[in-house]
Ligand binder design. Structure first.
Ligand SMILES: CC(C)(COP(=O)(O)OP(=O)(O)OC[C@H]1O[C@@H](n2cnc3c(N)ncnc32)[C@H](O)[C@@H]1OP(=O)(O)O)[C@@H](O)C(=O)NCCC(=O)NCCS
Length: 179
């Protein structure tokens, strides 16, 4: 068995969209995501996101089996998430964090493979050596493995949006981590 983290190009992501959606559907089912949500991810979000500036996708392969992935891109005005944060976050947060940021969009590991450090390894590979000044994401407002993972890695809660916590970390990521 050989387990490895590799980076997929946008073209590789689109060629493997069904496999990514399968992982997404199982990983997020526990959070109420439906088959329709997974179809929207597969057919709308992923093809749109894969073409954005500085798109980066990292995946865990176990031999040839896809067991987890994470991706993001450079956020920009005109995109739904960045515009929403600009509208809803306190002005000081918008001024201090938004603009040229890397948006962490998804991180998912198959439930059977969770709790072994793969989510953390994907997170670190996704942020490694990014040239952006900061990374941002939104996550659940209650305690979840994802929220714990981000807090453990030094992400700061920046603002409470109506349905999510906005978190940020300065980049380069390694430099921002506690010793
Ligand atoms: C968030 C997610 C990607 C984390 O994946 P993961 O592979 O389980 O992540 P890790 O194994 O690195 O860390 C998870 C837990 O396992 C623990 N762990 C890591 N390696 C371990 C090991 N070798 N032995 C025992 N425990 C370990 C971590 O300390 C962590 O514990 P904690 O949550 O109590 O702090 C996964 O839970 C997931 O897919 N969730 C659903 C989708 C989701 O929420 N995505 C994020 C949206 S914002």
């Amino acid at each position: 068995m050989s387990r490895e983290i590799v980076t997929w190009s946008a073209d590789e992501v689109l060629a493997n969209a069904d496999r990514l959606a399968a992982v997404y559907g199982v990983a997020f089912a526990a959070y109420g995501e439906t088959d329709d949500d997974t179809a929207a991810f597969r057919h709308r979000s992923l093809p749109t996101h894969a073409r954005r500036d500085d798109f980066r996708c990292v995946v865990v392969l176990d031999d040839d089996e896809l067991i987890g992935f994470g991706y993001g891109y450079q956020g920009a005005p005109g995109q739904y998430w960045t515009d929403r944060v600009a509208d809803l976050a306190p002005p000081a947060v918008v001024r201090g964090w938004l603009g040229g940021h890397f948006e962490v969009v998804e991180l998912a590991v198959l439930p059977a493979s969770q709790g072994r450090g793969l989510g953390g390894a994907l997170h670190d590979a996704l942020l490694a050596d990014l040239p952006h000044p900061a990374a941002l994401l939104s996550t659940w407002q209650y305690d979840t493995p994802a929220r714990r993972l981000y807090l453990r890695r030094g992400w700061q809660p920046l603002a409470e949006l109506p349905d999510a916590t906005l978190m940020g970390t300065r980049l380069p990521f390694g430099a921002a981590r506690p010793a």
